[in-house]
Design a protein around this ligand. Structure first.
Ligand code: SAM
Length: 314
């Protein structure tokens, strides 16, 4: 789908350009905030899987920019963003390029906090989707677990964790795993997230690790939830995992219900002559994974044109 046709079909894609967001995902975080007030009292945030940076922009606009002229240096909000991809700079956002499943990346993030804890961790991580739901859901769950590992090291007790999930057959297991650490877990679907997408967001509130929890035990603990007797051993409401119908997951649609619908078409912005007015991207990716493919294609085209020219000359 070309840029213009996407502009025409997707209101949030177009609105993002109009309002200066690098991606339409910004609206998802804004709509989650409308419902859950996730930024209240927040000074330190980690944005996992942040590129191209629209969530970091939201964090900068909501937390950093309003405070930067008043607060002392040490009081200014701290926002650390991590992604595999490099990101163009955003005011007030420290960037770390790395893989969140790698322990070394987590260590770099922790170092930026200099012994302090974060109030909020957000994770919009997504693998390159294959279309094979089970596989995509599995890879996505690995990203959430990597996010949860960082959470257990960096999030303050009482803090919040927002993570993108793919709904599928293991959703109830994931819910139970998150419930081990957060007494309140809601799966939310912002209005800007298309109905056709299996994406939703886990909104986890009031971080409260189990008594005596040691971060090194995270994976053993999570595996136990998935084992037949595990849930009971861990006293996480025994019986939860006996059958899919036994788990009732709070699921909430969020965002202004009278607001834009991501699956509808809306009137298009027009030039004075009546033609369609397309907007440029706010921030094109600075090093997209497909960059080399584009360069090779361009070189091939140039080569073909040169051959044509030579054959015409001769
Ligand atoms: N929240 C972002 C925004 O608002 O601009 C969009 C995030 S995009 C949907 C998903 C991101 O996850 C991609 O930029 C991708 O590079 C990143 N990602 C996927 N796997 C990752 C990993 N293992 N470590 C770090 N980033 C990862």
């Amino acid at each position: 789908m070309g840029r213009a046709s996407r502009d025409k079909r997707d209101i949030y894609y177009r609105k993002a350009k109009e309002e200066g967001w690098r991606a339409r995902s910004a609206f998802k975080l804004l709509q989650i905030d409308e419902e859950f007030n996730i930024f209240q009292g927040v000074k330190r945030v980690v944005d996992l899987c942040a590129a191209p940076g629209s969530w970091s922009q939201v964090l900068s606009r909501k937390l950093y920019l309003p405070a930067k002229d008043f607060a002392e240096d040490s009081e200014r909000p701290l926002i650390v963003a991590i992604d595999l991809q490099p990101m163009a700079p955003i005011e007030g956002v420290i960037q770390v390029q790395g893989d969140i499943t790698n322990a070394r990346t987590a260590e770099v993030v922790i170092r930026h906090f200099d012994g302090c804890k974060a109030d909020l961790v957000v994770c919009d991580g997504a693998p390159d989707v294959t279309g094979l739901h089970d596989m995509d859901e599995f890879v996505q769950s690995q990203l959430i677990l990597a996010g949860l590992t960082i959470v257990t090291h960096i999030l303050k007790v009482g803090g919040k964790f927002i993570a993108k999930i793919f709904r599928g057959k293991d959703t109830s297991l994931l819910y139970c795993q998150l419930k081990l650490f957060f007494p309140i877990v809601t799966f939310a679907k912002p209005k800007s997230s298309r109905n056709s997408s299996i994406e939703a967001f886990a909104v986890c509130e009031n971080y409260s690790p189990p008594d005596g929890f040691n971060e090194k035990d995270l994976h053993r603990l999570l595996e136990k939830v998935g084992s037949p007797s595990g849930a009971e051993d861990l006293d996480c409401s025994s019986g939860w995992l006996e059958g899919p119908n036994k788990v009732y997951i709070p699921f909430l649609a969020c965002g202004d219900l009278c607001g834009y619908d991501s699956d509808r078409s809306y009137p298009l912005p027009k030039n004075p002559d009546g033609s369609y007015r397309s907007l440029e991207p706010v921030q094109p990716p600075i090093a997209p994974p497909y960059k080399r493919a584009l360069e090779m294609k361009k070189a091939l085209n140039n080569g073909a044109q040169e051959l044509d020219r030579l054959s015409l000359d001769s």
